[in-house]
Design a protein around this ligand. Structure first.
Ligand SMILES: [Ca+2]
Ligand SMILES: [Ca+2]
Length: 193
């Protein structure tokens, strides 16, 4: 609090983020400035994180999804994200289909962090993703993708799994990479206006 030393973004973190994200130094400094304003103690809480998500998705309900995203980046489970974790989160959740993003997606689906995905976990995350789709857009979805259950069933069938089978990380990443339709089911990107 009121510590002027904490005001600047350290060179180390800046270089690290430049290397590991698509953001420029300028962008990172701007993000940092607004991060500091919102979180003077340098940490972002789960409810603050949910609020940020709500701003990005004004026409739907991203709360549950935001909670899962938060969990997947709060790896030490202390209930906060620091600036670096926060930027990595933004980067991974908003960029294309890199392997890194899919590794993260796997962590997102692995709710209990036991290294494999169950059908129950698929349904939980797919339902959270579904809530981010604005209602009017939900109406335009294909018949076999217009409920969370159908989406979970489709995903599970694609991987050729029985109800109690489990999905491993390698299988997940390879399968999703090969199939754009399945890729669409594990994320939601708002339509550009
Ligand atoms: Ca943490
Ligand atoms: Ca699991």
């Amino acid at each position: 609090m009121g510590n002027s030393k904490s005001g600047a973004l350290s060179k180390e973190i800046l270089e690290d983020l430049k290397l590991n994200t698509k953001y420029s130094e300028d962008e990172l400094c701007k993000w940092y400035e607004s991060f500091q304003k919102q979180c003077p103690d340098g940490r972002i809480s789960r409810s603050e994180f949910e609020k940020i998500y709500a701003n990005f998705f004004p026409n739907s309900d991203p709360k549950v999804y935001a909670r899962h995203v938060f969990r997947s980046f709060d790896t030490n489970d202390d209930g906060t994200l620091d600036f670096r974790e926060y930027i990595i989160a933004l980067h991974l959740t908003s960029t294309g289909k890199t392997n890194l993003k899919l590794e993260w997606a796997f962590a997102l689906f692995d709710v209990d962090r036991n290294g494999e995905i169950s059908k129950h976990e698929v349904l939980e995350i797919v339902a959270a993703i579904f809530k981010m789709i604005p209602p009017e857009e939900q109406k335009t979805l294909p018949e076999d993708e217009n409920t969370p259950q159908k989406r979970a069933d489709k995903l599970w069938a694609y991987f050729n799994k029985g109800e109690t089978d489990k999905l491993a990380e390698k299988e997940f990443i390879e399968g999703v990479t090969k199939n754009d339709a399945i890729m669409r089911l594990i994320q939601y990107e708002p339509k550009k206006k």
